[in-house]
Write a protein that binds this ligand. Sequence first.
Ligand code: PMP
Ligand code: GLN
Length: 384
Amino acid sequence: MNYQGKITSRLPFAGTSIFAVMSGLANEVGAINLSQGFPDFPVSMELVDLVNHYMRQGFNQYAPMPGVLALREAIAAKAFDTFGITYDPATEINITAGATEAIFCVITAMIHPGDEAIIIEPAYDSYAPAVQLCGGVVRYSSLRVPAYTINWPEIESMISSRTKMIMINTPHNPTGSVLSAEDLKHLDRITRNTNIVVMSDEVYEHLIFDGIRHESACYYPELAGRSFVIGSFGKTFHTTGWKTGFIMAPAILMAEVRKVHQFVVFASNTPIQYAVADYLKNKENYLQLPAFYQQKRDLFVSLVKESRFRIIPSHGTYFQLLDYSAISDEKEMDFAVRITREFGVASVPVSPFYHDKQDNKVLRFCFAKTEETLVKAAEILCKI
Ligand code: PMP
Ligand code: GLN
């Protein structure tokens, strides 16, 4: 087929997402895939049975536009329990087709042409394109290496009357760093009495280690009053393929997001929402996650300690950064591709998470894998 017309791309600089590229390469060459973030172990059969149950019971038609009420109620109960915050399930919680849809709807509901959004890099790949599609302007701040901490003076210097949104992500993909209470208080202070809204991407809220408390925007009432807090059951219940996420926000902000959500997917899929609502009632299903993933992180770290890679501490998410500057001075993308092809372990370069492709000789490895996979991968990494 041949299209003869002229196309002016709305995202001229967007290529294919690095996750698709590296997973595709891993599949092509049969490498162990520690690139795209997803678990390689089975999902809870109880949860699968619940989905099955609701499908068999006939819950197969459109869900209500904002999501199944039982799930919104379960999310409200969990937020109250965890953070002591009250969200109204009727007006302040919305179920989305994964956190990806949540992010897109929040940004497109808020950003007008010319508005500025502050993104802290390295940043998840879907934030900036959504701003650009709205005709917004992205202002980029960088986390300070080597600990990947926020540069608050830089962010403050970027704030102007045009600033509409600041996006944060904790625990942080791709670095595994986590924000502190001081960070959240800082954000609270600098956005108070402004028209700036905050998008707080907390999809890894339960994947946090070393006894650290997850610093949600929900803990800080003023901040929560101007924040969209985003979560994902793909992360929490090892079901990335189910694409079920949620947003919590004050009603007046949520009303705007729903205007967009209804035209993006209308509603997220029905039986999974009912199943997750039931599954959330047993708190153990998420409270055991820090210990579960910390054990995987510790195993992976202990195994690659003997390698020539340098370990950059990960306190949350299911990602571990490894610095390879002692091995090669190749660019991250080149090195990631070469070790996938030559050695059979796929990872994700961090440079695509920077708009200027900043190259710090670091790769991201996903440790949401079985012990067997981690042992095999680490054996290979130790030979590089
Ligand atoms: N934000 C971050 C930081 C992520 O790592 C992911 C995972 N892909 C998402 C959002 C999107 O989550 P989902 O798979 O639920 O769309
Ligand atoms: N969040 C996952 C990652 O960072 C995958 C995201 C995706 O495939 N879009 O690897």
